[in-house]
Each structure stands twice: as C-alpha cells, then as structure tokens.
Design a protein around this ligand. Structure first.
Ligand code: ZN
Ligand code: ZN
Ligand code: ZN
Length: 370
C-alpha cells in the first residue's frame, strides 16, 4: 500500500481472503456499498449518495464494481481484482446487481449500506437471505498488515506532534473557550497531514467529567484540568490520542489521581501481549484504578479497535474473550471522572506484535502543567 492507497495486487489478495471466508461460512455473495469495507476491498470510497455503488463479490467468480457512470472516473482500475460496470442515469442498477447474483440467495450485506438499497434488493429478489458483512470482512479488517500499521503509525505521530505542542503551552488555552481550542486543534490536525478531522474534544474543569463532552462556550480558567481527545483520518487510517493539561499547579488530589491513571494505562498496555484476552487488557488497568479507590469513576471500557474507522473491533471490554493477535490495533484509554469536579483520560494507540505491545503514540504521558 502506498500513500495513494492499496494497489491491484493487494486488493486482489484481500478479495481472495474474503472469498475463502465466504466459502467457509456458506455465504454465496458479498455486497459492499458506502462505508469503510468498500475502500478496504476495492480501494475506492463511494460518495454517500442516493445513487447505488455496489461491489459484488462471488466466491467462485469475478468481483464487479457497479458504479454510477458519473463517478466511474474516480475509481482506480484494479485489473485482476474487479471489473467496473458503470450505470447511466436511466439504467436500473438494482437489476444489474440482481443479474450478477443470479440464483445466489445467502448474501452478506455491508453493515453501513443504505437501508434503501437493501429494501430495493429485497423487493426485487424476495427470497434473498441477508447476513452481516462484518462476519466476513471484519475478520480480515481486524488484522492489520504492515502497510496498515505503517499508516496508523504515521497518523499517530502526526497527532503526537500536536499533543506535544499542547503540553508545551504552544497552543493557548487560558482565557479561550473550549470551542475555540477545539477549532484550533482541528485546523492543526489537517495541517499535520490528515485529510479529515474526526473529532476534537476539549473539556475543561467539571465538563471533563463527561467523557464525550461537546466543546462549548466555557472559558478555560486558571486551576482547570483540560482534557483534549482528538483524531482524524490520514491516508485512510485513523488517529486518536488523549492528553490532559493543568492550567497552573494542579490540586494534589488531581496530581495523585493522574499518577494512578498513568500506572493503570501502563498496566493495560503491558498486558496487551499476543494471546491475552481483550478483557484482560481492560482488567489490568481497572485493577490499578480500583485499588486506588477510583473504581466507580472509571465509567467506560478501556479501548476500541482502530483502523479505517475510529471505533471497530476488537474492543477492550469485560466480556470480550477474543485473544489478541499480532496485527490487532486498538486504543488503551482509561479515565477517571469525578462528577461536578474534574475528569481525566490518557489514551494511546497500541498494536499487538509478536515481540510485545507496540505503542504508536509517544507524546509525554505526564500531566503537563502550563
Ligand atoms: Zn471515545
Ligand atoms: Zn480518543
Ligand atoms: Zn479512542
């Protein structure tokens, strides 16, 4: 995979792996439309419009990308991987797709496909038996190859630079609103090479006790703890980092809680070895926070998988006994949230490798004081 995206050889290999899983699962066809599975399997991102774009993958035959004629020029041809079938404004793309399906009925349908396309398919092919595409494609996407890990690492180091500026006081906080700082972070995410900003949470003082606080008009004051959680998409892969900054010397209670959080995050990262169950990664950090007396204030799971989407499998959560494999990429982001007072979170992206957990984010893990 280059910065420009995957090439025909890589796409053909992914499609072949999808076909093997389809055969194993008795899936007779795979239909992928808008959403992240399409760029993964075709190197093409469909505009989220009403005109049908559909990659039709058959276990034994060709893959076909049915695409609106006016969008066809945006598709990079992938000889040997799929055939492009453009449809004109007066054509019936559902009929084209139904024709490709023939008498196949057990069809895996992209999770993020418009309901409208599926409903139209069901009207045309009444005995269609749709199943979830995630049960086929998810198994592929959860394992990042070297090029994908490289893309995640590049995105991580881009936001590391912003986090470092934040910690050094190079991004003004005092006297500005959360919304202003959020806009500043968003601009920097783009300047650092991302093509898209996915979020830039800035939560100050008591607002930080709400993990997904929407940055608003609150003005950052002396004594605040400011939580910044931001990320975007760079060359198709996501970044996601959280660091906290204290405006002036933190309250001793806050400084102490930060050391607990940091130790918890470290424990979770260290636990993330190949073969360890995802829930153990959650437990390792939660144990540290609970033993320090903050257990009731750690109100969310420890992490989520990351790749072409900000949140995808595998999830670091109690109840997930999936063992980590080399190539699993996920966040480790414990937090402590004391309602009405303050909140803190520390987040890195980590990849499980055969030589141990690899942190992709390296920005300082201390509580920055500015
Ligand atoms: Zn989150
Ligand atoms: Zn985050
Ligand atoms: Zn996250």
């Amino acid at each position: 995979m280059s910065a420009a995206g995957p090439d025909a050889e890589l796409i053909a290999a992914r499609l072949d792996r999808a076909r093997r899983l389809m055969a194993e699962r008795g899936v007779e066809a795979l239909l992928v439309s808008v959403g992240r599975d399409l760029p993964y399997l075709a190197g093409y991102e469909a505009m989220p419009l009403e005109r049908v774009t559909m990659l039709v993958v058959l276990p034994d035959g060709e893959a076909t990308l049915v695409v609106p004629a006016l969008e066809a020029a945006r598709v990079t041809p992938m000889p040997g991987a799929f055939t492009i079938v453009p449809w004109g404004e007066t054509d019936d793309p559902i009929a084209v797709i139904a024709g490709l399906l023939g008498d196949r009925r057990a069809v895996a349908v992209g999770d993020q496909m418009w309901a409208r396309f599926l409903v139209e398919m069901l009207a045309r092919v009444p005995d269609l038996r749709p199943v979830r595409a995630v049960d086929v494609v998810g198994e592929l996407r959860i394992l990042k190859d070297d090029a994908e890990v490289g893309a995640l690492a590049a995105a991580a180091s881009a936001v590391d630079g912003i986090a470092t500026d934040l910690q050094a006081g190079r991004i003004p906080l005092l006297g500005r609103t959360e919304a202003e700082v959020s806009a500043d972070l968003s601009r920097r995410i783009l300047e650092a090479g991302h093509e898209r900003v996915n979020f830039a949470i800035v939560a100050s003082g008591e607002n930080a006790a709400s993990p997904h606080h929407h940055p608003g008009p609150r003005v950052i004051e002396r004594g605040d703890l400011v939580l910044c959680d931001f990320g975007g998409t760079m060359n198709g892969y996501c970044s996601d980092i959280t660091r906290c900054v204290s405006i002036g010397t933190p309250d001793p209670e806050v400084a102490e809680a930060w050391e607990v959080l940091r130790a918890a995050q470290q424990a979770s990262v260290e636990s993330a070895t190949v073969g360890t169950a995802c829930q153990e990664v959650d437990r390792a950090g939660r144990r540290v926070i609970t033993e320090a007396g903050y257990g009731e204030f750690f109100i969310h799971r420890t992490g989520h998988g990351i790749g072409m989407e900000e949140h995808e499998d595998p999830y670091m959560v109690e109840g997930n006994d999936l063992p980590l494999s080399a190539g699993h990429a996920f966040s480790v982001e414990p937090g402590i949230y004391v309602p009405g007072r303050w909140g803190m979170r520390l987040e890195d992206i980590v990849v499980a490798t055969d030589s141990g957990p690899r942190r992709l984010n390296t920005a300082d893990h201390g509580l920055a004081v500015i």
